[in-house]
Design a protein around this ligand. Structure first.
Ligand SMILES: C[S@@+](CC[C@H](N)C(=O)[O-])C[C@H]1O[C@@H](n2cnc3c(N)ncnc32)[C@H](O)[C@@H]1O
Length: 376
């Protein structure tokens, strides 16, 4: 396993992504993390209550372990990474973990927010900061310089106050916002809703959930090919996003229990909301914020449906798809089926053939293919 050492502010930290990887492109920190950590060191703080938002693999939590930390993330993988990295460095800070829809109970002295992947998510998070900041809170954004846009800076201005940016250093930039804006009294949860074509169902998404405002084109092909032959049993929507695939499994197979699972907290919360809106009987549904199916036993599920991700943050990678397919193999009953949708060029049939020793093409169009593998 490749170990990675970050030397910062007289500390030597052993930092890995989660899961650990030998791929040298998958480093656990970036130059924006280093920039903000140098900035914090220059403030010479004796003590501080720091709210850290979107710390991708726990670098900020590890390096700032001397302070009181509230650590908020939408990502279960990020939470696993910070736990792993704290343990590997034998660090036991005063840290409170928060999911992405929960605010800290106390006002922070400093907020560090790593810019998230979408402005929708940024807006929700700045709105949350607006709810807990005091005039003395220092709000600092950090990002690659190429990801700092006027639209994002305007959101800092709107929810926090006067906003300036630092010079770029190693292609990263810091954003400084002074809290002057009063508390917004509307709900911080920014939901987007849209009708699911051909059905009576309305799909709602929390900010930042995959395919935020419309149906993903891969998911569309899967919806035309949802299995409808299960008399009863147990199905899993793996990487459920807003739960659109699992909802249709539940609709087409009314006796089946459906479990929705995703590593994004807002995804699972969206799937739960969509089930509540679409069905009277909630006893059929279970929800799980987790990394793939690593917490599931052998031989449980009759059906797993999945539209696997092929990015981790901005890196194109197939390691999550591999993990999902291997976990699905373990979790399925003998005779149970994994049905997936993927871009043709990703070659998922090779992976399924290798793991399951069988793979059938159920449907395809010019871009996507639906594949099914049966656990022998
Ligand atoms: C391509 S999207 C599919 C979403 C939804 N099923 C659909 O078809 O619209 C992939 C989903 O996998 C989730 N995901 C990524 N890594 C994961 C992991 N390690 N464990 C569980 N879910 C993961 C993402 O958060 C995202 O919601």
């Amino acid at each position: 396993m490749m170990n990675t050492i970050l030397n910062i502010n007289s500390q030597e930290l052993l930092l890995n992504r989660f899961p650990k990887s030998n791929d040298k492109n998958l480093q656990a920190w970036d130059s924006a993390d280093e920039y903000v950590l140098q900035h914090i060191a220059e403030l010479n703080l004796d003590s501080a209550n720091i709210l850290i938002i979107n710390d991708t693999f726990g670098t900020l939590a590890c390096a700032l372990n001397a302070y009181t930390l509230h650590w908020q993330s939408d990502s279960h993988i990020a939470k696993c990474a910070v736990e792993q990295n704290l343990e590997d460095n034998q660090l036991t800070p005063n840290i409170t973990f928060l999911d992405s829809l929960t605010l800290p109970a106390t006002a922070p002295d400093i907020v560090l927010i790593k810019l998230p992947k979408s402005n929708a998510m940024l807006e929700q998070q700045l709105h949350q900061i607006n709810q807990v900041m005091t005039p003395n809170t220092q709000v600092i954004g950090l990002a690659k310089a190429k990801d700092v846009h006027t639209s994002g800076l305007k959101l800092f201005q709107k929810y926090i106050g006067e906003t300036t940016t630092s010079l770029a250093k190693k292609k990263s930039r810091l954003i400084f916002a002074k809290p002057t804006v009063s508390k917004f009294d509307d709900n911080a949860e920014k939901l987007v809703s849209w009708p699911l074509e051909g059905t009576e169902v309305t799909i709602s998404n929390h900010a930042g959930v995959f395919a935020n405002t419309q149906l993903d084109i891969g998911a569309r092909l899967m919806l035309e090919n949802i299995p409808n032959n299960l008399d009863d049993g147990y199905a899993i929507d793996l990487g459920c996003g807003n739960g659109v695939l699992g909802l249709m499994v539940a609709h087409e197979n009314p006796q089946v229990t459906v479990r929705f699972t995703d590593e994004s907290y807002m995804a699972v919360a969206s799937a739960r909301l969509n089930c509540e809106n679409a069905f009277d009987d909630q006893d059929r549904f279970e929800f799980d914020w987790h990394d793939c199916l690593s917490n599931y036993d052998y031989d449980q599920a009759d059906l797993i449906i999945c539209n696997p991700p092929f990015h981790q943050l901005k890196t194109v990678t197939d390691h999550i798809a591999w993990q999902m397919f291997n976990d699905a193999f373990r979790t399925l009953k003998h005779g149970g089926k994994l049905r997936i949708v993927g871009n043709r060029h990703l070659g998922y049939h090779i992976k399924l053939q290798r793991i399951f020793d069988n793979c059938t093409t159920i449907a395809s169009n010019s871009k996507f293919v639906i594949l099914e593998a049966t656990k022998p």
